[in-house]
Design a protein around this ligand. Sequence first.
Ligand code: NAI
Length: 340
Amino acid sequence: SAESALRRGGNGPSARRLFSSISAPDRKVAVLGAAGGIGQPLALLMKLNPLVSSLALYDIAGTPGVAADVSHINTRAKVAGYAGEEQLGEALEGSDVVIIPAGVPRKPGMTRDDLFNINAGIVKSLCTAIAKYCPNAVVNMISNPVNSTVPIASEVFKKAGTYDERKLFGVTTLDVVRAKTFYAGKANIPAADVNVPVVGGHAGITILPLFSQATPASNDLSHEDINALTKRTQDGGTEVVEAKAGKGSATLSMAYAGAIFADACLKGLNGTPDIVECSFVQSSITELPFFASKVRLGKNGVEEVLGLGPLSDYEKEGLENLKPELKASIEKGIKFANQN
Ligand code: NAI
């Protein structure tokens, strides 16, 4: 048995295999859009995650090469590439977590909403397939505009009769990653020690970092500093789009953020306690039907949507200012899903 193998104190491969199968159950992760700028480094990072036993890499083209490449890394996950719609079902079947970075990214001068016309259709068709082939999977939506693509996904799942609001997440982790980095830099604190909740949505002013709740607290930051940090977090994506000058948007930092969030979902599914991340989810903490805030993750996805906590006056104002735009983006997604 596993116990006797452990009692024998064996460090050989069989004891290790038994041990890892006790601590980490089999989990299949599918990445849709896996040949893209985000998809490739995200595939790499998921291959490095010991919680993943099977990694399915799907794209309309290019995934056999990415899969062959990543599959040579000597970690636990078995990797398979799937290219073209006829292989989508096989890619999805049995998935515990589906990560979606499929779709076009921004070019300089574009807002995330400018991507709506192309990405809404892509997300709709991918979610239709998820409802069919892995209706119980946790979905991590990266494709922009997240403020609309998450509502689209919810409507597709509702129509298919598979919607579980606990299992649909808009990935806003990159906003948190940026807020932490910028705050740490300004406050002169090691970045790895910092925590900053980011709430609202994932576009421009709908991104609301709560620096008043940042830990460790810093008393050195002026109102101007907080204002500048808030703006930089909100415009972080645009900073990258402009620096890449037409060659796309954030891919490496996004892959990192996506891997952090997927890892949190896997830990939640596996029953690891106290896994909390910010995410854009179905919510009743404001009057809006979807909202990003801290979420406790568990065996069924969202275990608890946590409230906003005490806000500064500046944050209260930011919260009221973001609501009309976020509401409109949510409604746009819902309308699209029901018209097309
Ligand atoms: P990319 O263009 O480099 O890659 C996108 C991939 O999606 C391509 O390989 C393409 O073939 C694939 N694709 C297109 N239609 C597909 C379909 N129907 N099924 C499967 N795959 C399909 O773009 P990148 O830079 O990887 O960005 C992807 C998305 O992520 C964009 O919508 C971008 O705006 C979004 N994004 C989201 C962030 C967030 O914080 N949530 C941050 C950065 C980007």
